[in-house]
Ligand binder design. Structure first.
Ligand code: CO
Length: 134
């Protein structure tokens, strides 16, 4: 089965300013905004081909994006790979010894189920597995 990039998550200080650049200047359009309480984040999703750019604004300085912004500033936060069966992928990767942040899937934006792999096993990139909701 071919895998695809579901989205690239970008941590931003202000969703509105970043939305103007990506949406208007870069021409990705309007997109939609969703608050994901579990992740303490407000997400603006902009379609880009078969993928999306997700602009992530923190709604809580103690949340993952709040901490990331304080430590690293704005920038790419994670890359999400679309998978068909997230439990199967997690089991397979665990079997290969890949370090996981999430042992079980949790809720992402758009009704997706997501799980993060630890950057120490991925060449320093936070990789998200993402199964579309339905
Ligand atoms: Co994501």
């Amino acid at each position: 089965m071919g895998k695809k990039i579901d989205h690239v998550g970008i941590a931003v200080k202000e969703l509105e300013a970043a939305g103007k650049f990506y949406g208007d200047a870069l021409g990705l359009g309007k997109g939609d905004v969703e608050v994901v309480e579990e992740q303490k984040v407000k997400v603006l999703s902009l379609p880009l081909g078969e993928s999306r750019v997700e602009l992530l604004e923190s709604i809580d300085p103690e949340g993952p994006i709040g901490k990331f912004l304080a430590k690293r500033g704005e920038g790419i936060h994670h890359i999400a790979i679309r998978v068909e069966n997230i439990e199967e992928e997690l089991t397979r990767l665990r079997g290969l010894g890949v370090p996981l942040i999430d042992e079980k899937p949790r809720r992402g934006s758009h009704g997706t189920r997501i799980a993060f792999l630890h950057p120490k096993g991925t060449g320093g990139v936070l990789v998200e597995l993402c199964q579309s909701g339905s």
